[in-house]
Design a protein around this ligand. Structure first.
Ligand code: SF4
Length: 281
């Protein structure tokens, strides 16, 4: 079994830093002047929706002058729904976003950063009480917009970990989950197990360092799953040539022709599985 830290190291060696000061460009493209609120809106819009569609909606909101808590709090739900269309559930996301914006205006004078500065546990509880914010969206907002050390579990994470099978054995949980069932574990169980595993690898890491690691690891997982580990994996490459952002510089990836950086890990896992299967016969 290959530990999480080694998986991360292989991904980072392949893609380079995707977040933080060493990244060539921000992994999360920001087009306006209020990054925390734009990230929050993007995190809600991306539910069941491709990022290309989200970006289009963000740019229309920006052009309409609605990409701030104060402006969105006063917006008409029908107008907002039209602007964010064709994002999935746009007629439900529009009133949800207005309610979130009003919450920020009333409770934090329209400053999303003040909301995000709350202690991690209290912030999670508060965000989860808002409309259109479930656990994954909550953690995306907390990690990327607020810098809190929470590991995001999304569909890409579950798919990749089901395939590469990192061992999740930690003192905090005292149990090892087999790869066959790992991706079906409840959100909170998986998040806590992964955070515990990564902290075991980096004892004494401060919360800021942990947040930086989680942010880049999640970005690396997403990049791998967009380029190589698709529903039909492209293990030997070339990677999918999808350009999913209008942000300048994204097209630089199109020249690559190499294979997935985790091929050796998957091959090792398949060998282990075959050995275990032979042992059971
Ligand atoms: S080698 Fe294939 S299955 Fe394994 S992580 Fe890469 S793309 Fe996915």
């Amino acid at each position: 079994m290959v530990p999480l830290s080694e998986l991360y190291g292989r991904l980072r060696a392949h893609f380079g830093a995707l977040t933080g000061p060493q990244a060539a460009r921000p992994w999360w493209p920001i087009f306006g002047n209020d990054a925390p609120f734009e990230m929050l809106v993007g995190a809600v819009l991306v539910q069941q929706t491709r990022w290309e569609t989200v970006e289009g909606a963000i740019l229309r909101l920006l052009a309409a002058g609605l990409l701030s808590p104060a402006a969105m709090a006063e917006a008409d739900a029908v107008t907002l729904a039209t602007l964010i269309r064709p994002a999935a559930f746009h007629t439900q996301k529009a009133p949800g976003l207005i309610a979130i914006a009003r919450h920020i205006v009333v409770g934090y004078s329209g400053a999303t950063a003040l909301l995000l500065a709350r202690p991690t546990g209290e912030l999670r509880d508060e965000l989860l009480r808002l409309p259109r914010i479930g656990r994954e969206t909550c953690d995306v907002i907390m990690l990327y917009a607020g810098g809190h050390a929470v590991f995001v579990i999304d569909a890409y994470t579950r798919r990749l970990f089901a395939r590469v099978a990192p061992p999740l054995v930690s003192a905090a949980h005292g149990a090892s989950h087999g790869a066959g069932t790992l991706w079906r574990r409840p959100y909170e169980v998986l998040r806590r197990a992964i955070e515990a595993e990564l902290q075991l690898d980096q004892p004494g890491a401060d919360p800021q360092a942990a947040a930086a690691l989680y942010a880049d690891f999640h970005a690396q997982i997403n990049e791998l799953c967009v380029r190589y580990c698709l529903t039909q994996p492209r293990c030997d490459g070339p990677p999918a040539r999808r350009v999913y952002s209008r942000q300048p510089g994204r097209e630089s990836y199109l020249g690559r022709a190499d294979g997935c950086p985790l091929r050796a890990v998957c091959a090792h896992y398949r060998t282990e599985q075959a050995r275990a299967g032979a042992g059971n016969e």
